[in-house]
Each structure stands twice: as C-alpha cells, then as structure tokens.
Write a protein that binds this ligand. Structure first.
Ligand SMILES: NC(=O)c1ccc[n+]([C@@H]2O[C@H](COP(=O)([O-])OP(=O)(O)OC[C@H]3O[C@@H](n4cnc5c(N)ncnc54)[C@H](OP(=O)(O)O)[C@@H]3O)[C@@H](O)[C@H]2O)c1
Length: 390
C-alpha cells in the first residue's frame, strides 16, 4: 500500500534530501503535504514536481507569498504556524517527517504523536524541550518515533543487536566541527563564515553553528537520553572527524555495535521512511579501503564547555533542557545576524542555566513559558551588557 508522507520544513536541507529520497523510492511513497516558512519559490517548485494535496506557508505575513503559490498550485493551501499542527493530524497522512528547525516544530510533533502517526524526526529541539512528554504521548496513542538524526538512527539500529538491559553505553560520535583543533581564542572570536564552513556535513545554518560550538552534540546527548530513555551517565561523546561511524552501542559483554556509512542524510532519512524494511538507496556506498583509516579522539572540553552544560541539563532534567535549547536558539540567531561572537553563545546559555530555578514535572504550556523566558533573558543580558555585542 502507498505510504503518504507529510514533510514539514520541505525547503530546508533535510526536507530537500527527503524529497530526493522519496523520488528515488518510487510510487510506493507519495508526498501528501509540504511546508515552507518563507521560501515560497522553492515550495512552488516542489509542489510542481511532487503534486501534493496540501502545501503550507507558515510565515505568510502578507498575501504575496500565498498569491504567488495560488497561481502555481491548485491544492489546499494552509498558512500560519497552526498549519503544521493541522497537517500532522490529517487522517490521510501515514508518516510525518520533521525537517523544521528549532522549537517551532514542537506543537506539530505533539499533534502527530497524539494522532498515532509514524514520526520521522530530524527536528531534535522538540525532543530536547519536551522529550519525556512526547515519548509518553506516543506510547499512549500508538505513535512510532523514528530518529532521522544520523547519530540517533545509528544508535537505533545498533540497539537492535541486544536488549535494553544489556546496554552498557551509548557512544555518540561527533565530527568535532571546524574548530576541533582551534585555540580557545580562535574559537571564541570566529566569524560567521568560519563557523558555517563545516568539514563533513552540508546542513542548514542553525545546526551548522551548533556543530561549530558542539552545542549540537550537547543537544544530541539530551535527545539520546529522551529517545532511548537512558540516563546521561550511560552516554559518551567521541570525536570522529571522518563522520563515517555514525554512533555506537557498547553492550555489557564488551561488544560494540556501530552503524557506518557515508556522511549523507539521505541514508537515515530513507531508513526512517522504509523502516523496518531496507531497500536500495541513492546515497553513495562506503569505500573503506579508499578511506584507509578512521580516527577517534576525546573532545576538548575546556573549549567545548557546551558538552558539560548539555550533560548537566540532561542530568538535572525538568525545565533545564528547555532553557538550554531556547537560550542556544536565541544566541545562535544573534550570532547569525552578526551581533555577537561565537564564544558568547556558550556564555549566554551558561548564564540562563545559572539564573534559572529548575522546575520538575512541567506540562507543555509551562515548558513553552520557560522557552519564552530563556529567549527574553538572552535579549535582556545583551541589552545590559553591551560589551558582549560585536
Ligand atoms: N541538515 C542536516 O543534515 C541535519 C542533520 C541532523 C539533524 N538535523 C535537524 O533537522 C532540523 C532541520 O535542519 P536543516 O539543516 O534542514 O534546517 P534548514 O535547512 O534551516 O531548514 C529548516 C526548515 O524549517 C523551515 N522553518 C524555519 N523556521 C520555521 C518556523 N519558525 N516554522 C516553521 N518552519 C520553519 C524552513 O523554511 P524556509 O526554508 O522557508 O525558511 C525550512 O524548510 C534541525 O532541527 C536540525 O537540527 C539536520
């Protein structure tokens, strides 16, 4: 039977790779809905190519974008942030692929879980903010959560080699980003161009900056803790600059099971879409003889304090991960618009975690309040401490 897929954030790096995968998978997989935030031209081209039933523009502040789309698309057009929630719950949809960036994806992730869908999640931030609530909701409504993040897809696959009780450790690999060998000073003062030059992965700007600060790995630690319902003490981070071993699971008998592949998001995207089947894919195969060797090292924790902050937020739990995520999102926005230095992102996140009084057992609305508080706190600190601005 045909699987109908909704891609939320179809104009982004994950969304575009997902469309290439679906095109190659053939008629068994059908695009039912697509969404863009602002890039209406790309969305118009995608609806021409894939003919979905529904297209959404979440940032349609004026009629221009919608009018542009209307002249090119005769299906249903939805607008505003609520459009993603509507799509996630539509009865025709089998799989919702989350390629939206940031906390903006959270309401739709929850809606898809409540509707009992298959959720293919690249959008890690909702898992970081409200992972416990999400996992509970998914269980209650019979939804399936499949990771798309390459590390978590690798862990998910490696976990199939044993029982949860036999797992000793989850080992998340990290490329180390463009500042793996940098001095503390070079890292702290890096420009946007330097931070956006990732050595192995081509991704959207927010996650690329997160990789440069290793905030991405810290977010992934929390993501792993939530997805695999494991304590943070059982998660390790290992730098692997070649990005071939996508992550590993160490079992109690000392066996380590890993998943390897070329650094191409099309592989984990496809696995989430075809799970539990494996079918031929379009990503390039792995040529280990050509690569010659794979290397591993410990992360430099004195520069990448982000890791300790992330582990601490995971350990404390409650509202701490929501603060961690929102402060980082707000700080990355400031960095990308040229207002702060790279190292200031870490200072702002650390500050927010320090001044926040952690609360446990919060509901979704309260976590969203915490998210808003952390964003406002970042703004306030930058207003009060002008020396932090470039
Ligand atoms: N890229 C990767 O290789 C990769 C790997 C692992 C995990 N991830 C995760 O996947 C997610 C997407 O990453 P990406 O690199 O694909 O990002 P991206 O290229 O920046 O794309 C983001 C997508 O989300 C849409 N969007 C942006 N703001 C939005 C909002 N407020 N509401 C609704 N939609 C919004 C964008 O629309 P417009 O294009 O119209 O602005 C775009 O379609 C992130 O959470 C990231 O951490 C990405």
């Amino acid at each position: 039977m045909t699987k109908k897929i909704a891609i939320l954030g179809s104009t982004g790096s994950i969304g575009q790779s997902a469309l290439n995968v679906i095109e190659a998978l053939g008629p068994e997989y059908e695009v039912f809905a697509l969404s863009a935030h602002s890039k209406v031209e790309i969305l118009a081209e995608q609806v021409r190519r894939f003919r979905p039933a529904v297209a959404a523009l979440t940032n349609s502040t004026g009629p221009d974008g919608v009018d542009y789309l209307k002249t090119r698309f005769s299906g249903t057009i939805l607008t505003g942030a609520g459009a993603l929630v509507d799509i996630a719950g539509m009865p025709q949809v089998d799989i919702v692929l989350f390629g939206v960036v940031g906390a903006a994806g959270l309401p739709a992730v929850m809606a898809a879980a409540q509707a009992g869908k298959v959720l293919a999640i690249a959008n890690k931030e909702p898992l970081v903010i409200a992972g416990q609530i999400l996992m509970k909701t998914a269980r209650r409504h019979g939804a399936t959560i499949l990771p798309v993040d390459s590390e978590h897809s690798a862990i998910f696959q490696s976990l199939q080699a044993g029982k949860a009780s036999e797992v000793n450790k989850i080992i998340l690999t990290a490329s180390g980003g463009p500042f793996r060998k940098a001095t503390a000073e070079t890292f702290a003062n890096a420009t946007k161009e330097q931070a956006l030059a990732h050595p192995t992965w081509a991704m959207g700007p927010k996650i690329t900056v997160d990789s440069a600060t290793m905030m991405n790995k810290a977010l992934e630690v929390i993501e792993a803790v939530r997805l695999f319902e494991t304590p943070p003490e059982k998660v390790d981070v290992l730098v692997h600059p070649e990005s071939i071993v996508h992550s590993m699971v160490e079992y109690v008998d000392g066996s380590v099971i890993a998943q390897l592949g070329t650094p191409d998001m099309k592989t984990p995207i496809q696995y989430a879409l075809t799970y539990p089947k494996r079918v031929p894919g379009i990503a390039k195969g792995l040529d280990l003889a050509h690569l010659g060797r794979l290397t591993f090292e410990l992360p430099n924790r004195s520069i990448f304090r982000s890791l300790d902050l992330g582990f601490e937020a995971a350990r404390v739990g409650g509202s701490a991960p929501a603060v961690f995520n929102a402060a980082n999102e707000a700080a990355v926005e400031q960095f990308l618009s040229g207002r702060i230095r790279l190292g200031t992102i870490l200072e702002l996140v650390e500050h927010c975690l320090q001044v926040h009084a952690v609360r446990q057992g919060l509901g979704l609305e309260e976590l969203m309040d915490v998210d808003r508080w952390a964003r406002a706190e970042v703004e306030q600190v930058l207003k009060n401490r002008r020396q932090l601005m470039v």
